[in-house]
Design a binder for this molecule. Structure first.
Ligand SMILES: [Zn+2]
Length: 201
């Protein structure tokens, strides 16, 4: 009889497979609030060392002077940055999550990339060397890591691949990926704890 009164009222922890499904569903409707989340694309990082970047302006603002952020590009001092998505395979699935990061291109590559994006044929540029300009994970790892921007056709957001062997996510990105709980821990490290509370509800 007593067992009846020992039942926990807390929701049952969800399985790894279910967490993976909620992380990668194109639109996951939360059981607690009914809100729809695109968890695979929800993490957008700031440029490294830029705690309070200004609100995004139209891309034309880059033609002026000073520090600028747009949805796709940024300029800070002499550093020219491109927003890119860093894919991480979700282990045990065919899916990925995509961290939105910033990457630092040379002045020449930045100009070539931007005009090719305008034409929609940036994929013809091939891979471009770029420093990873966001801290992933937030608390550790090299400050700036080597990698490549992989442009895509049609003006879409380019992909970022880490190539620096010292980066803690290199193996995860290029080999087996991370498990759903490991991705959840990374999301929390990157400040997306609120999203995780909804995904686990
Ligand atoms: Zn919710």
């Amino acid at each position: 009889m007593l067992k009846l009164f020992r039942r926990s009222k807390a929701p049952k922890p969800i399985s790894e497979a279910e967490l993976a499904r909620r992380l990668t569903a194109p639109g996951y409707r939360c059981a607690c609030c009914g809100e729809v989340w695109d968890a695979a694309n929800a993490v957008r990082l700031r440029p490294f060392g830029w705690a309070h970047p200004p609100a995004p302006l139209p891309d034309e603002a880059l033609d002026g002077s000073g520090d600028v952020v747009t949805e796709r590009y940024a300029r800070r001092g002499r550093d020219l940055l491109v927003r890119a998505k860093l894919p991480i395979p979700v282990r045990g699935t065919d899916e990925h999550v995509f961290l939105q990061v910033w990457a630092n291109l040379s002045t020449g590559d930045f100009a070539r990339f931007r005009s090719a994006q305008g034409r929609g044929d940036a994929d013809r540029l091939g891979d471009l060397f770029a420093w990873l300009y966001s801290r992933v994970p937030a608390a550790s790892g090299p400050v700036l890591s080597k990698g490549v921007i992989v442009p895509v056709a049609g003006g879409g957001m380019p992909v970022y691949w880490i190539t620096d062997p010292k980066h803690p996510l290199l193996a995860a990105q290029q080999d087996g990926g991370l498990t759903a709980p490991e991705i959840a821990a990374l999301y929390e490290d990157l400040g997306a704890g609120e999203l995780l509370r909804h995904l686990r509800a």
